[in-house]
Structures are given as structure tokens and as C-alpha cells.
Design a protein around this ligand. Structure first.
Ligand code: NIG
Ligand code: FE
Length: 413
């Protein structure tokens, strides 16, 4: 099946070669005005200016006129917790009344609340709910996604989540990467014996997960009250022995050495980064191969300081944007909103935000050669916007759904 898209007002993110973008490279987003695009099968087969269309229009089974519309690569959401049971709006109300995220967690709420709900939910029900969320975010333009475990916190529970993830990978028509986050919280029953939980994670969960090939990456929530930098390094070492590269939660609430430990663990990405010292920003800029993944909708929802995106970019870091979709700190997987928040609250330019949410997000999932730009041979995972005056209108009109249509694998969704 070949589709010809014509009269595209602007074809966005067009690249012959693609590398992760760092520092001032993020501000350059190549576009073609008044463009055509050819999709053959599940891939992008060609593009250019309208006056260069190579074949007669009749050669294509389908012809789509994109008058006034922009075409972008789909969002690459490299950090989510989209598999979860139930919701936590009661904690949301408690937060409005004044409780902090840490207060709620200390009372057995937060992650442990989701773990309780997950224990009572069957694998099939979990899958059905997660698949519905996945379809929702694809309709919002997400064309590649990473999803974590971490609400199981027992051997059975983590395996259940990761088996759901395996089914999502098989059923979804977008690339899905699975991350093992057994080190999301210490279960209440191990509070006095955290070393035993870490032993369980390393000696029982990891081998079982590896035996069924259920995970691509390993993650740890490195934070006061959760896991220390030394514990994180130990867990990363164990994960790496099974071929799982680290993608880590660090510096959301406190700066306790997670950046140094994450870099020593050769993390693929270090995620959150709300709380960063100048020295940590320098360390990150000296390691551009580690992607700094910013999650502004979590800062928004928790009323925390936003990540210092400007400082990170100006220091030369490789910055990606992701939704952190989860029931506690970001109950939304809407990447359009994430891009908009990055501009309004973190002063990222629209071009920087779109690059961070596409190509750099793809790199944070090792999918840079398959998605994240308009390039011949890459997956035809595309967003067609509604008619808009310009690219900057997308983050500007933050409350409007400007996604008209989404194509994944060369098929309309
Ligand atoms: O990325 N910070 C840790 N994990 C999630 C929150 C999970 C939850 O509250 O359920 C996050 O924000
Ligand atoms: Fe997260």
C-alpha cells in the first residue's frame, strides 16, 4: 500500500542523517514548506517539495491532500508507567488540601497504594486497561513508548506487570520498550529489612525476568525514603549482567548523589531532574551520551519547580521530553501538553521541545534509527495536524487538540 501526501504546509523534522541532539543543536528543526511525502508499506519512502513529485498521482493507491496541515514524526515518549490498576484521585484531593508527595508516600499512599490495587487486579484486566491507555495516547500522537513495571514489588507482581507489557508489545502497532522498575519503593513488609528486598530483586526477580526476556531496561527510584545511590548502583550492576541498560529516576525531590551514581552506571538516560546543582549540570553536559529526560507534567501536577531545561540545553546536554504517565504524579500521557509546558514553563523554544519529544526521545529508547524524524526508511509514524498558522501555534494553543490524524506503521489509526 502506497500513500501520497500532497500540499503539506510544512513537513517537520526532515533529516537525512540523525544523531541525538545536544545543546544548541536542539534549536534546529529542519522543515520543508509546501511538501509531499510518500509512504510505502510501513515506512517513509520519499519526500520533497511539491514541484518535485516523482510519479503521477495516479500511481498511488491513496492520495491525501494536506492543505494547511503540518506533518510531524510521532512523539517518542521515553518514560511512562502506563500499566497500573485503578487511579489515585483521592490523593490528588489530599494534595490540594496540603499534603506533600512525601507525606502521602510515608502513610502507605503513593506507589504502595498502586501496588495494593495491582495485587488485586488480574493480568487480563491490567492488560485491558493498559491497552486502552495506549490507544488513547496513540490517538494523541505518540508513536513509540517506554513503559515501566514497578507497581508489583513482589516476584509475582513484577512478572505480572512485565507479562502485560509483553502482550502490549505484541498487540500494539508502535514500538514499546519495557523497563523493570522493581526498585520503585520498598514494600511495607520489608521496611525494617530493605537489604532482603534488594536481594529478592537481584536474586529472584531479575533471573525470572531475564528467563522470559520480559525487560529491555532497568530502572531505580533513587530518592530519600526510596533507594540510595549505592543501592541503585548495585541494582544497575545486577541488571547489566542480564543485558539491561539503566534508565533511572534521579533528582526528582532531592539531590543525593543520583547523578554521579547514574553516570557511573553508564545510564542510557537520567530522568526527572527537577532538583539539580550547578555541578550536576556540568557533569551531565560532560556526558552527552546520557540523555537527560525531563518530565514537566510531573512537576506541573505536583506543583514542584520545573526542570532547569534552559540551563541544561545551554550547558550542552542531550535533552528529551517524556510524559511520565502514571497514576500518582502525572495522570496524563498527552505529549502535546508536555511540549507546550516545556515552552511556557521551561522556556524551551518550540523547535527544541519538538526535537526533544521526537528524535531525542527515540534515542532515550535506542530507537533513533527507526522513529523520531521524517527520514527515508524510518517507520511511517506520523502526526497530521489540523490546519494551523505555523509550527509555534502547536505549543501556543495549549488547550486545543490540534492532532487531526495519526498514521502508525503506514496505517491510519
Ligand atoms: O516518575 N517518582 C517515582 N515514580 C513515579 C511516580 C509513581 C507514582 O506516584 O505512582 C514518577 O513520578
Ligand atoms: Fe516516572
Amino acid at each position: 500500500m502506497a500513500i501520497l501526501f500532497t500540499n503539506i504546509k510544512q513537513l517537520v523534522g526532515v533529516r537525512d542523517s540523525w544523531q541525538p541532539l545536544r545543546g544548541n543543536q536542539l534549536a534546529y528543526l529542519p522543515v520543508i514548506d509546501n511538501a509531499y511525502l510518500v509512504v510505502e508499506g510501513d515506512c517513509i519512502a520519499g519526500y520533497g517539495q511539491m514541484n518535485e513529485i516523482p510519479h503521477a498521482i495516479n500511481d498511488f493507491q491513496e492520495h491525501y491532500n494536506c492543505e494547511g496541515q503540518l506533518v510531524l514524526p510521532c512523539w517518542c515518549d521515553s518514560h511512562t508507567h502506563l500499566v497500573f490498576a485503578g487511579s489515585r484521585e483521592q490523593e490528588f484531593v489530599d494534595k490540594i488540601k496540603g499534603m506533600s508527595y512525601a507525606d502521602i508516600a510515608a502513610k502507605g499512599g503513593g506507589i504502595l497504594n498502586s501496588a495494593k490495587k495491582l495485587a488485586d487486579t488480574s493480568e487480563d484486566d491490567l492488560f485491558t486497561a493498559a491497552f486502552a491507555r495506549l490507544k488513547e495516547v496513540i490517538a494523541l500522537g505518540t508513536g513509540a513508548i517506554e513503559i515501566k513495571s514497578g507497581y508489583g514489588l513482589t516476584v509475582e507482581g513484577e512478572l505480572k506487570m512485565l507479562r502485560v507489557l509483553k502482550r502490549l508489545k505484541e498487540k500494539a502497532n508502535i514500538p514499546v520498550k519495557a523497563t523493570f522498575l522493581g526498585a520503585h519503593a520498598i514494600p511495607a513488609s520489608y521496611r525494617e529489612n530493605r537489604d532482603e528486598y534488594i536481594r529478592l530483586l537481584i536474586e529472584e526477580m531479575l533471573p525470572a525476568i531475564a528467563a522470559e526476556k520480559l525487560a529491555d531496561y532497568i530502572d531505580v527510584f533513587c530518592e530519600d525514603g526510596f533507594f540510595s545511590p549505592a543501592e541503585m548502583e548495585k541494582i544497575c550492576r545486577a541488571g547489566k549482567a542480564y543485558g539491561l541498560k539503566p534508565k533511572l529516576h534521579v533528582n526528582q525531590l532531592n539531590s543525593i548523589g543520583g547523578i554521579e551514581a547514574g553516570l557511573r552506571s553508564s545510564a542510557l538516560s537520567l530522568d526527572h531532574l527537577e532538583t539539580l546543582t550547578e555541578e550536576e549540570i556540568q557533569l551531565l553536559s560532560a556526558s552527552p551520551e546520557t540523555v537527560c529526560t525531563l518530565l514537566p507534567s510531573a512537576a506541573f501536577f505536583l506543583r514542584m519547580n520545573y526542570q532547569p531545561a534552559r540551563k541544561l540545553i545551554d550547558a550542552g546536554c542531550t535533552v528529551a521530553l517524556a510524559s511520565d504517565y502514571n497514576p500518582g504524579s502525572s495522570p496524563s500521557g498527552n505529549m502535546n501538553f508536555v511540549v507546550s509546558l516545556s515552552c511556557t514553563q521551561m522556556r524551551m523554544l518550540p523547535e527544541e521541545a519538538i526535537n526533544a519529544a521526537t528524535l531525542n526521545g527515540a534515542y532515550a529508547m535506542e530507537l533513533g534509527d527507526r522513529v523520531g524524524s521524517i527520514s527515508v526508511g524510518k517507520k511511517a509514524n506520523l502526526i497530521l495536524t489540523k490546519p494551523v498558522p505555523s509550527l509555534a501555534y502547536l505549543p501556543y494553543a495549549f488547550g486545543s487538540n490540534l492532532v487531526d490524524k495519526v498514521l502508525v506503521n503506514g496505517e491510519w489509526t
